[in-house]
Structures are given as C-alpha cells and as structure tokens.
Design a protein around this ligand. Sequence first.
Ligand code: AMP
Length: 197
Amino acid sequence: MILIFLGPPGAGKGTQAQRIVEKFGIPQLSTGDMLREAVAAGTEIGKKAKAVMDTGNLVSDEIVAGIVSERLDQLDCKPGFLLDGFPRTLVQAEMLDSILAEKKRELDVVLELKVDEEALVFRLNNRIAETIAAGNEVRADDNEETFRHRLSVYHEQTAPLIPFYEKKGLLKEVNGMASIEDVSDQIHTLFAELENA
Ligand code: AMP
C-alpha cells in the first residue's frame, strides 16, 4: 500500500500515520522529520533547510524530492509506505509521479484530513502548553504567528493537490475533526473498501 496523507499543519497527520504504521507495518516517511534530522546532524541539506523551516516556508522541491527518492530505495519501503508532508506543491506531486514511475511503483490512495482551521490554532496552543509543561523544547516553527503563515502556505501551495489527485480518482476525504479513535476508524473503513474494490 502506497499512500499520501494530505492536510494542513496540525491536522493530526502524524498521529494517524503512526497508527497506520503500527497496523500495516509500512514506514511513515515524514519529510518534516527527515529535514529536522538533517538539521540536527548539521548536513549541507540541513544547513540550507533550517532557515527556511524556521520561517514556515517550504524547502526547495528538488531537495525534498531527492530525500524522498533516496529513502524509497530502502528495503522497508518494499511493502509500501506512507508519505506524510510530501508532496506539498504541484511540482513535487509531478516529481513524485516520475519517481514512482521510475521505480515501477504505483500510488494507491491520497487521504485528505479535513479540519476546521481555528480549531487547529487552538490545538497548537494546547500542544505548546503541554510541551512546555513536560519540560520539552518547543519547535522553532511552533508558535501562532509562524503556524498561521504555514496555514497560508498550505492554502497557496499544497491545497491545489486536492483537485490534482481528485482528477486521478485517488482522493478520499476523512473528517479530521472527529476523535483520534474515530478518525482511525474512518481510515480503516476506507482501507477495507479499497481492498474489496
Ligand atoms: P512538517 O513537520 O511536515 O510540518 O514540516 C516542517 C517544515 O519542514 C515545513 O514548514 C517546511 O519548511 C519543511 N518541509 C517539510 N516537508 C516539506 C516538503 N514536502 N516540501 C518543502 N518543505 C517541506
């Protein structure tokens, strides 16, 4: 199973992705996590990415597509994988099409987590408070101003992927405002439908 998770920042993609990973034994490929690892490791890519990430803007299409393409060659991606945070622009979606074609793989489904954005800002502020209360460091891009900027970047650059995948007949909507359990159930129902289709 090869799937993409689409949805604005804070929609719960990471949480649901982890559940799918556990249930189906496929890896979660989060470009945000990969870039943060590169930043922490101080690699050339990490150095280039850090300044852009801190502002909430997008790292270059070529950099992220390169990271994803390399990652797909690892053995654990053989049974399938879940893309979380990639593609994020139409150019990336087209790059992904070429990468998959080259590797003779095919996308099965794109899940769009639909959410109410003001609720996302509320969730973000809760998450910041919880992170601070747990004594952990808050991500540099986790503050309300940068978050609102990331939402606008999502609308301008990522939301056009919704009609792009709809036209390909790959898009499935999930109500992301439901509880974590309920969102998981919706996703499992969709997977069951896909298997029986
Ligand atoms: P995320 O953890 O998915 O919210 O990503 C955090 C930040 O990493 C984003 O705000 C971007 O700066 C960068 N990033 C992650 N994925 C991508 C991508 N596919 N294309 C460009 N930038 C990305």
